[in-house]
Design a protein around this ligand. Structure first.
Ligand SMILES: [Zn+2]
Length: 446
């Protein structure tokens, strides 16, 4: 096959391998074939039924691989990879207030945002993520870096009532988000959005204005909410006894196109409320475990049909962007916490990382499953290694024994971005070198 593959729009065939379509019937096809033209899937089925139009097309042999939809990471802050390992093993308030906010104030600018984002993009692509949702400052730089490397995503400009990188005057926070929405097309592969940091860092007025802005442009509205018990008690104190979810509901923020990030300390009535209003949830298991924030009622959300996806959160609180580990930890944590090993099956966590995430981001019509007509976001996962043998159940392998390092082919919108575990359009060593260089200065801050 050619160097970067299929950029010309010529047909491309992925032949052999076991296809996990993740379609409505969860069809699994042994010795399959996936045919791509331009940015779309044209055929997904048994190799023996390959349409004649594709018999002479460029082909990639995927024998010994699982072929599946690219993974969807519903929440991260890509530039924060520059703070990976800077401050670990601390409570959320200390971690944020004493380490992360000061480091951001000093080091975050468009250039460092671009560098941190490139580091995250490289890590995400090499571990099979093809779509992700970002929330940060200088979000235009994040979006442009993703555009350059070909990563699909939703890029939400941060809104917070404190001086922030790129927005020194908090009075201008919603105006900065408006500029971001005006700058980029909302229906492209890199769509803009709005990210209100949290109910405790944004006033009611800011939250209402930020949501109104996202409604006006028809884009997603993200918010960290109900992350810690401390947040619940302070919200109750400051807002007439209302819990964070009830407080957001009182501001009419729980409707469709809202993505509630973390949503951990949420009772059954509040889960009903979220389901009734139409908001989605992004569950960041590893980040919540590391910060000891709590366990989200994910089985309750799924039971109620709430659109739900998995997110890694930023690298400063995880500390990686590998969605395979997110699947594995999510399944295991809920079994441990409920004392019920049947809770959150292997298939369910794979669903959360593919079609579930796509639905949570309002992209289910385009991505999240391998079906003709959908966008060609495809990954191949090696199953010819010792930790993947023998293969009884592909979902089990993905959820419990695979890792991002098993991904060796990544295609986004028909373009081959990773081939044989090498990025086709980026010098990984150079990205790591630049990150290590800036880290010397960041470390001095302590
Ligand atoms: Zn976050």
């Amino acid at each position: 096959m050619g160097g970067t593959g299929n950029c010309s729009g010529d047909p491309l065939v992925l032949a052999g391998g076991t296809i996990l379509t993740m379609n409505a019937d969860r069809e699994v096809i042994a010795d399959g074939a996936v045919c791509i033209t331009g940015d779309r899937l044209r055929f997904v089925g048994p190799r023996a039924e390959l349409p004649a139009a594709f018999t002479d097309a460029e082909a990639i042999d995927l024998t010994g691989r699982l072929v599946m939809p690219g993974l969807v990471n519903t929440h991260t802050h890509a530039p924060m990879s520059l703070f990976r390992g800077l401050a670990d093993d601390l409570p959320l308030a200390d971690w944020l207030g004493k380490h992360i906010f000061p480091a951001e104030a000093k080091f975050i600018n468009p250039e460092s945002v671009r560098l941190g984002t490139r580091l995250s993009l490289v890590e995400m692509l090499l571990s099979g993520t093809t779509t992700y949702a970002d929330g940060y400052f200088h979000e235009d730089a994040v979006l442009l870096a993703a555009q350059e490397l070909g990563m699909r995503g939703v890029f939400a400009q941060g809104v917070i009532d404190f001086p922030a990188p790129g927005v020194p005057d908090p009075e201008r926070n919603v105006a900065a988000a408006r500029r971001h929405l005006e700058q980029f097309a909302s229906d492209g592969p890199q769509a803009p959005a709005v990210f209100a940091h949290s109910p405790y860092t944004c006033s009611a007025g800011t939250l209402v204005r930020a949501k109104a802005l996202s409604r006006e442009f028809g884009v997603l509205f993200f918010i960290h909410v109900a992350e810690t018990e401390e947040e619940v008690s302070s919200t109750r104190e400051n807002h007439d006894g209302l819990t964070p979810i009830r407080y957001l509901d009182s501001l009419e923020l729980l409707g469709e196109r809202t993505v509630l990030v973390h949503a951990i300390h949420v009772d059954e009535e509040e889960q009903d409320l979220i389901a009734a209003r139409g908001a989605a949830v992004s569950i960041c298991t590893e980040s919540s475990m590391k910060l000891a924030s709590g366990v989200a009622p994910l089985p309750g959300y799924l039971h109620r049909g709430v659109p739900a996806g998995l997110g890694t959160d930023g690298c400063a609180s995880n500390n990686d962007l590998d969605m395979f580990l997110e699947m594995s930890q999510t399944a295991r944590l809920h079994k441990l916490c409920t004392g019920d090993p049947s809770v959150l099956s292997a298939r369910q966590v794979v669903e959360l990382a593919t079609r579930g995430g796509a639905r949570a981001l309002g992209l289910a019509h385009e991505i999240g499953s391998l079906e003709p007509g959908k966008l060609a976001d495809v990954i191949a996962v090696r199953i010819d290694r010792p930790h993947a043998a023998p293969l009884y159940n592909p979902y089990s392998q993905l959820a419990y024994s695979a890792s991002g390092a098993d991904v060796d082919l990544v295609i986004v919108g028909g373009k081959v971005l990773v081939k044989e575990r090498r990025l086709t359009n980026c010098d990984v060593a150079e990205v790591c070198r630049a990150a290590n260089e800036i880290a010397v200065d960041i470390a001095r801050l302590g």
